[in-house]
Design a protein. Structure first.
Length: 371
């Protein structure tokens, strides 16, 4: 086939050159073909790098920090001077349970000069072992009435490992490594320590089995609470319909800013993950009061300002309890953000790592109190 020629002016003469072939239309790519089939089925492919409009639509809703804060309940002061929080509605004659605060006690490692002692219950580097042991006796006395009540604790490491506790655990030189305890042994208290993470207590009203779980964001992603309830069902025959649970004080969604990596971890595990996050503009009181001190020559859009992702760990663990089969009315959320209430709670984040530890405990009385 002869192509029509085009003329090129090259000086005194002209040169005939063949016309180029018209470009062939590109065949549809495999992804385009796949999108076409999905469209016919009423589906949309989820890309790793979605468009800006699609990404904006998938972002968590915005909220103000104040809207996300759960108020802290009033603590109960024991006769020995320490303050703790029993679980509302858990006035069962066979059950012990509650959450400590920082009020009372003998520790002086984390309080100012001239302030009264505090109830640090963790063997931290900044406090003396003797003060912590005395504080634990005060807390046990407040909860059970007997400071010599055996207490089983753990070396926690943000896992989903749950172990069965017995009195022999109280005699160990070093506690076992795990983040959950379950037991059916009367007279034994189970304890998990926190300073921002979420403590979760669970009790089986019918079989008289108890569990205590330490749920930071890593343990929550690893489903520590669902794993613990599964262990109670496997070892003791517990049924979700017979379980009650209490979610104790921890850092709230009002203060718990996290990175995109945490959001991705939750999104990979839970279909309701987006409901647990909010985009919050963190209000710095110094910046608000003295805005001229923070002027910058950087161009708009290049400042390290803007909304940050905040996660609601208490709600995440409530969802896990529901997924494990508990009824909504069987779950008590105590409330109280550890960072918002520094006079009431220890906060690892709020104190930049220099903090004591609180404790959540649950146990079965040796002899039920007759009523």
């Amino acid at each position: 086939m002869r192509l029509p020629a085009r003329l090129v002016d090259a000086g005194p003469g002209r040169i005939d050159l063949p016309m180029p072939l018209p470009p062939k239309p590109n065949p549809p790519s495999e992804l385009q073909a796949l999108d076409a089939r999905l469209t016919q089925a009423g589906l949309v492919r989820s890309g790793r790098h979605p468009s800006a409009a699609h990404a904006a639509a998938d972002r968590p809703a915005e909220a103000a920090a104040a809207e996300l804060c759960r108020p802290a309940p009033e603590p109960r002061f024991a006769a020995n001077g320490i303050a703790w929080m029993p679980v509302p509605g858990w006035e069962l004659p066979w059950l012990w349970g509650g959450f400590s605060t920082r009020l009372g006690g003998l520790s002086r490692a984390y309080c100012g000069d001239g302030a009264p002692g505090e109830l640090n219950l963790g063997f931290t580097a900044g406090d003396s072992r003797e003060a912590v042991l005395e504080n634990r006796l005060l807390f046990l006395e407040a909860v059970t009435g007997d400071p010599s009540t055996p207490l089983a604790t753990l070396r926690q490491f943000h896992s989903n490992l749950v172990v069965r506790a017995a009195s022999a655990d109280t005699c160990r030189e070093k506690p076992r490594r795990a983040d959950g305890l379950v037991s059916s042994e009367p007279g034994l208290l189970l304890g998990v320590q926190t300073a921002d993470c979420i403590p979760v207590l669970v009790a089986d009203r019918r079989r008289r089995v108890v569990g205590a779980f330490h749920a930071g964001w890593r343990g929550t992603v690893k489903r520590i609470v669902e794993t613990g309830i599964g262990r109670m069902r496997l070892e003791f025959g517990s049924r979700p319909a017979d379980l009650i649970a209490a979610i104790g004080p921890g850092i709230g969604a009002c203060c718990y800013a996290v990175g995109e990596d945490v959001f991705s971890e939750f999104e990979s595990q839970f279909p309701y993950a987006r409901d647990l996050f909010r985009e919050v503009f963190d209000a710095d009181p110094v910046r608000l009061k003295y805005p001229l001190l923070f002027l910058s020559q950087r161009a708009p859009g290049h400042l390290n300002e803007g909304p940050r992702l905040h996660v609601d760990l208490a709600e995440a663990n409530r969802r896990q309890l529901l997924a494990a089969g508990l009824k909504p009315k069987s779950i008590a959320v105590i409330g109280g953000c550890t960072q918002c209430n520094p006079d009431l709670f220890f906060s690892h984040r709020g104190s930049r790592g220099s903090a004591g530890r609180m404790m959540a405990v649950i146990g079965i009385r040796k002899r039920a109190i007759s009523r």
